[in-house]
Design a protein around this ligand. Structure first.
Ligand SMILES: CC(C)(COP(=O)(O)OP(=O)(O)OC[C@H]1O[C@@H](n2cnc3c(N)ncnc32)[C@H](O)[C@@H]1OP(=O)(O)O)[C@@H](O)C(=O)NCCC(=O)NCCS
Length: 176
């Protein structure tokens, strides 16, 4: 069975295996919790602490509080991907990136897991009381905005990231 789980200490090896693969392959690492150091138990625990604090709105600076999920397959005992659900929008998330960030590890792409991860995360958004969700991806990140379109995203507009000037496409998904 494939399901969302919350990050937890008992998955250190499974997480390390996913992230080692991702970093060696070299493609974009997203959402933000995946950028945190993880490669020994100490760093891994610090990463979990950051993620748990973000969920209750502690030490988040200008970012919104958010919940992180891992897409986990129990038969194979592997983590397939990760999503981050922002509870509300402010700052950069309001201007561009929206409510949900997601990523699928390189070896598991193009198998429908991106769609599954987004669908399950949208269900969590609905449970939190959101009735529409904003998503965005760089114009050049074709797999990501195609995935948004496949999941019912309605294109809103292109916005430009302040820091890089790169264009990003924004989409809304109705989850009422
Ligand atoms: C974006 C990402 C999550 C897609 O995950 P995935 O598991 O490969 O997606 P799926 O297999 O569910 O594919 C969903 C749809 O996306 C599109 N798609 C996915 N990969 C694609 C590619 N390489 N080229 C073109 N379209 C692609 C297809 O339309 C596909 O639907 P289809 O299979 O019915 O044609 C994955 O590429 C990824 O993790 N990228 C790196 C992190 C990232 O960029 N995250 C998003 C930041 S905004």
């Amino acid at each position: 069975m494939i399901k969302l789980i919350k990050p937890s200490e008992k998955y250190f090896l499974q997480y390390k295996e996913m992230m080692d693969e991702w970093l060696m392959e070299g493609s974009r690492v997203d959402p933000w919790p995946l950028d945190l150091k993880y490669h020994n138990k100490e760093y891994f625990k610090q990463m979990l602490k950051r993620v748990q604090e973000a969920e209750i709105g502690e030490n988040i600076e200008e970012y919104p509080s958010s919940t992180t999920y891992w897409l986990y397959e129990d038969e194979k005992d592997i983590i397939i991907g990760c999503s981050n659900l922002r509870h509300y929008l402010r700052g950069e998330t309001e201007k561009i990136w929206g409510h949900i960030g997601y990523g699928i590890r390189p070896s598991q792409r193009r198998k429908g897991y991106g769609k599954l991860l987004l669908k399950l995360t949208l269900e969590e958004a609905k449970k939190r009381g959101l009735d529409k969700v904003l998503l965005a991806a760089y114009v050049g990140n074709i797999p990501s905005w195609k995935l948004m379109e496949k999941c019912g995203g309605k294109f809103e507009k292109i916005v430009y990231e302040e820091e890089t000037g790169l264009p990003a496409k924004r989409y809304w998904i109705d989850i009422k």
